[in-house]
Design a protein around this ligand. Structure first.
Ligand code: ACM
Ligand code: ZN
Length: 535
């Protein structure tokens, strides 16, 4: 059995060696307390063994609930007579089977015959091990999302942060506001050739998830131990919604969802107010937001709602009678405080539904953030307010740019950044270990329009994220690189595309700079085109 990713916390081979013949397994006996994982456990093992398994037999894998183990944790004991698994919950049981399966399948599409005798003791370092998928900028659809969920489960990742709305698209059906998808889910072209370019293609982008489809995907994820957390970005990054309902803005402007990303194109056309925030002063805006949240929260059982809250300009609020009047009546001194008030209002509303709000670190701008709001820390520059929030007892999820922005070129952020991540590099100390809920890789898709490129940006970064979020022991990047290579047959088995080593581990500094320059202002596919893409 080869070393899997993420590495288990402890693997102790039996002193006297020996192996168990995996092909003898004829049944799986699952404790009724763990039954919610039973179906998937059978299907994974049956696929690997190439045969049907019974619920009782002479050579069973026995899976028991163990009250002393915490959720997501498990133990595997293998001796010459069989395999025994103990798990803290159904997901722990599923993870144990993933460990057995992945460890036996490296290099092949069928299990190795021999499983070495010994003991595995395993549990996660962080409770939150996530991937953000941006389907607002480009839309990938159900099949790709399910494929990612399967592979996330193999990597023991447990949060899909689903970015469902932005300036360029609205991707979730809201029955009370049908124009959100009728108007907000389509654009007829997109900016290409990077942030510094003004080039545009002529490829329409459209698509959204019906509420029924969302429920189906959320259930599919839950079966794999994955919580799906919806993000409806506001008060900015809301242009697709404002295209549908212009009254959401301080000024009613007739504009389409953006086909451009960032400021280069609008500024070249003299459009200075391209980045807009919704009007907070008009009561209709909060009524709209509450209506959206009502429906969204019904669809997602996860105990979090993500409000975004990033990159919100305040200039329109300064000139808006409604916003100014609200500020005056609340005694707010400036527009940052207005943003803070808005975030806390939504936090209260979400709380009334038994959920916690999460937002990007700009939600700290108002300086009075409700301590229960989880802060997701992304900004490239250090934000000392994040540490202050943690010191006051608040929680944080870390997605800092240079480790976790998987949309960036590998030349800029090589694989090693993600693998080596340590919160102590970013001003956290061991005192706050229990305040860091976890880490999340962000796959923004301004420059990703196909599943193949999506996977190229994501693999093997997902492996590095899995190891950084699950395994708490010492790191060895050189050995990790070998393990990443050993792992590729598994990615092939799922039909995934992935970057090759000379791309995820660029070594020539001059070539790196040249690639980065090209990526930003000439060809965002410069690395992708150099790769041996699988599809
Ligand atoms: C972000 O990248 N604006 C969260
Ligand atoms: Zn306003």
């Amino acid at each position: 059995m080869k070393e899997i990713i993420p590495r288990p916390q402890s693997v102790i081979p039996a002193k006297k060696g020996g192996t168990y013949d995996f092909t003898k397994v004829d049944s799986v006996v699952v404790d009724p307390k763990l039954s919610s994982s039973e179906k998937l456990i059978f299907s994974l093992l049956e696929k690997g063994l190439g045969k049907k398994l019974a619920k009782e037999g002479t050579a069973p894998i026995k899976i028991d609930f163990a009250a002393e183990l915490s959720p997501q944790s498990y133990r595997i004991e293998v001796d010459e007579d069989g395999i025994k698994i103990s798990a803290g919950d159904a997901i722990g049981a599923l993870y144990a089977v993933q460990t057995l399966r992945v460890g036996s399948m490296m290099g092949t599409d069928k299990f190795d015959k021999e499983v070495p005798c010994g003991k595995v003791n395993d549990y996660p370092r962080y409770k939150w091990r996530g991937i953000l998928l941006d389907e607002a900028r480009h839309f990938f659809g159900e099949d790709e999302v399910k494929k990612l969920l399967d592979v996330m489960c193999m990597h023991k990742l447990n949060v899909l942060h689903w970015h469902l709305s932005d300036d360029q698209g609205w991707r979730i059906e809201i029955k009370k506001y049908p124009l959100l998808t009728e108007v907000g889910s389509s654009r007829d072209k997109s900016q290409i050739h990077g942030w510094l370019s003004t080039d545009v293609d002529d490829v329409p982008v459209s698509g959204f998830y019906t509420q029924e489809k969302i429920k189906e995907i959320v259930a599919y994820a839950a079966e794999r131990g994955i919580s799906v957390i919806p993000e409806i970005d506001m008060p900015a990054h809301l242009a697709a919604a404002m295209a549908a309902y212009p009254w959401l803005g301080c000024r009613e402007l007739k504009r389409d969802p953006h086909y451009y990303f960032g400021s280069r194109i609008p500024l070249s056309q003299g459009i200075k107010d391209w980045n807009r925030s919704a009007c907070i002063g008009k009561p209709t805006t909060l009524e709209f937001i509450r209506g959206v949240i009502d429906e969204v929260c019904e669809l997602f059982p996860a105990p979090y709602f993500h409000i975004g809250g990033d990159e919100a300009p305040k200039d329109e609020w300064k000139n808006c009678p409604a916003c100014q009047q609200l500020m005056q009546s609340l005694g707010l001194k400036n527009e940052k405080q207005l943003q803070g008030w808005f975030i806390n209002e939504v936090a209260q509303y979400v709380k009334s539904k038994g959920k916690r709000l999460i937002g990007w670190n700009e939600v700290l701008e108002g300086n009075n953030l409700d301590r229960d709001v989880v802060v997701q820390y992304w900004t490239p520059q250090r934000d000392y307010r994040v540490i202050k929030h943690v010191k006051k007892g608040g929680n944080v999820v870390i997605s800092k740019h240079k480790y976790f922005y998987f949309d960036m070129p590998y030349a800029q952020y090589p694989l090693k950044n993600t693998y080596m991540f340590n919160p102590y590099f970013e001003g956290f100390t061991s005192m706050y270990d229990n305040k860091v809920k976890g880490i999340e890789g962000a796959l923004w898709t301004e420059w990703i329009s196909t599943p193949s490129k999506l996977e190229f940006q994501l693999f093997p970064r997902m492996e590095a994220l899995a190891e950084a979020s699950w395994y708490g022991g010492p790191k060895n990047f050189k050995k990790f690189l070998q393990r990443v290579k050993d792992y590729t047959p598994l990615l092939d088995m799922y039909g995934l595309n992935y970057a090759k080593e000379e791309i995820y581990r660029p070594t020539n500094p001059f070539a790196r700079v040249k690639t980065i320059r090209t990526w930003y202002g000439g060809n965002e596919n410069v690395e992708y085109e150099k790769n041996d893409n699988k599809h």
